[in-house]
Design a protein around this ligand. Structure first.
Ligand code: AMP
Ligand code: MG
Length: 414
């Protein structure tokens, strides 16, 4: 525990300590749809070519190109149709010279045929067909392996599995995949003043905003997040709850109870569960920060401050990079841009400030407007922001019109 007069730790030092304690999660073999949104932990090759066989790209007639080379609107060519092949069809037709087969999109090209005349270029005949335009060799035929040759690596380890990648895994015949699992995050709020949203507010009570805020933030960061909810300011209850929850956690986040007030239970309780340090970090908001490893499995633990804005800034600056490290994805940090500040801002000397901002583009240039006040309880201001203006430790005033660094949050529309 850091006494209140000890020197402050910098944001970068705290982040470095956190990241040095966090490891990438071990790969897990999961069903394809459970792999969606995860990071691939293996190289995947296709055992067969894609498409697997030559097939028709159109509904039409499989022909020998040489038989229709002379076809025109004025002098159409008429060919007997010897049969039909539909997608999935296994009927073995061979197209002899002067004949053709009616074919549907995706159906295998019959031996002998080397082109498909689209039905639109014909009279659509069933016993025989009148062809009014020539189709060159290979026309409207999707060749085996034109997308992927057999044995090719189609996705590399580290690829993000969005919908198209999940589709590709299915197309190469995979029903399971080895992935970096989503970290399971347990979120709880400490505070005897808290009630669940929707419950009546008796004197001195406030709704617990943080457990919903942090659960949602963890989900946005790619985690499976469990909102455990409220634990009153009672160290024994907190320890019991954490011990119950550790079994399903890869990471634990609490809010509240980490400053120097009486009833700061997190500080009191966590010493008994593992090695957790409580530091004063040179940042605004979010100065008190708890971090350590708890339980038998040494699960990363974050004790974030209780004010909602402090909790969210701490999540963005410390917890989200840790989750991304566990997922094995880069970059760990939110993208930043330089933007012109529309209104002067101040920052406590020696601290890094994360002020809420609205980033937009004006005449091809990034512009950022401060949103709300500087109080770390101002959750409406936070909800009206799409970015943080980052004011470095050595700066205490920034004039309007100055270029500042802006950390971009999840994209959203006003
Ligand atoms: P603490 O860090 O526990 O001293 O809390 C600091 C401030 O944040 C106090 O005003 C708390 O009431 C408030 N606070 C703590 N936890 C929450 C929460 N889960 N939701 C909303 N406000 C909270
Ligand atoms: Mg509290």
């Amino acid at each position: 525990m850091a006494p209140s007069d000890s020197p402050l730790k910098t944001v970068d030092e705290h982040l470095r300590d956190i990241l040095s304690a966090i490891e990438v999660l071990s790969p897990l073999d999961v069903m394809l749809l459970d792999a969606h949104g995860c990071v691939l932990a293996e190289d995947v090759a296709s055992a067969y070519p894609l498409p697997p066989f030559d097939n028709s790209a159109m509904d039409g007639y499989a022909v020998r190109a040489s038989d229709v080379a002379a076809a025109s609107a004025e002098r159409p060519v008429t060919l007997p149709v010897v049969g039909d092949v539909a997608a999935g069809s296994t009927t073995p037709y061979t197209v002899q010279p002067g004949l053709c087969v009616r074919i549907m999109t995706g159906a295998p090209m019959p031996p002998g045929a080397d082109a498909v005349v689209p039905v639109e270029w014909t009279d659509g005949g069933i016993a025989q067909v009148v062809v009014r335009r020539p189709a060159g060799a290979g026309m409207h035929v999707r060749s085996a392996g034109e997308d992927v040759a057999a044995g090719t690596t189609v996705l590399k380890e580290g690829s993000h599995l969005g919908a198209p990648q999940v589709g590709l895994l299915a197309a190469v015949g995979r029903e399971r995949a080895l992935v970096r699992p989503r970290p399971r995050v347990v979120v709880l709020s400490t505070g005897s003043e808290l009630v669940d949203p929707g419950q009546p507010l008796t004197t001195g009570k406030i709704p617990d905003a943080n457990s919903s805020l942090l659960t949602a933030a963890a989900q946005e960061a790619g985690a499976i997040a469990y909102r455990v909810g409220i634990v009153p300011d009672d160290p024994t209850l907190l320890i019991d709850t954490l011990e119950d929850q550790l079994i399903r956690a890869d990471l634990v986040v609490t809010s509240g109870g980490v400053s120097v007030g009486a009833y700061d239970v997190v500080k009191e309780a966590l010493g008994r569960l593992g090695e957790v340090r409580f530091d004063r970090v040179a940042m605004q908001p979010g100065m008190p920060q708890g971090f350590g490893l708890i339980g038998q499995d040494r699960i990363p633990f974050f004790g974030l401050p209780g004010n909602p804005v402090s909790a969210f800034v701490s999540f963005e600056v410390f917890v989200r990079p840790a989750l991304r490290r566990m997922l094995g994805v880069e970059p760990l940090h939110r993208p930043t841009v330089r933007a012109r500040l529309t209104k002067a801002l101040t920052s406590p000397p020696g601290k890094r400030t994360y002020a809420r901002g609205w980033l937009s583009v004006d005449k091809g240039e990034y512009v950022v407007a401060p949103v709300g006040g500087s109080g770390s309880h101002l959750i409406a201001g936070l909800a009206g922001a799409n970015s943080f203006v980052v004011i470095p430790e050595d700066t205490s005033e920034v004039e309007a019109g100055t270029a500042v660094t802006v950390m971009m949050l999840e994209r959203r529309h006003r």
